[in-house]
Design a protein around this ligand. Sequence first.
Ligand code: PRP
Length: 193
Amino acid sequence: MAEVLTKPIPVKTQGASADRPGAGKPMISSMRIARRVRQLGRQISETYADIETPLVIVVILKGATVFAADLLRSLSIPAELEFVRASSYHGGTTSSGRLQLAHMVDGTLVGRHVLLVEDIVDSGLTVNVIAKRIKRLGPASLRIAALLDRPARRVVEVKIDFCGFVIPDRFVIGYGLDYAGLYRELPHIYSLT
Ligand code: PRP
């Protein structure tokens, strides 16, 4: 936890005496996350057991990187790794409210089985836009894995094929999820309330 002490932004976590992330009671502990990720890995491996080419894991930067790294290592089937980056800041300093892809996958997805990996589905806009773009690239199949589902804020309908945890309408950090770019390194997930 020592690295957290130097963080400049004071925030509260749930838990009586907590005054910084990493000190309070986690919403989801690293052990619980690890257990659930292993389950998801088994489920995904079974789903794709019979495909003839390696599964293509498409990670949505940046938040999903930690989850994706663990999920990848929990698979018992061959998999390749690709990244996409969504942006709503089209060259300016303020969000346009419209999502564009700042980076798309490097390899071809034609005829490939694709698993889109997200840390959290909130409004659903990010994963919805990226899924639409991937579908245009001609994959054999496209499914979505999300560690967290926060349905209270949903704007567009999203079918999450592999979901870790459904959480209440709280702002969460840790295990890849950030607040102002910070706290992604925390092993547990905390609620900032
Ligand atoms: C977060 C999160 C998801 C997205 C979910 O990304 O990682 O990608 O928001 O929200 P939505 O369902 O309402 O679209 P963010 O834009 O904060 O970027 P980051 O992943 O780099 O932190």
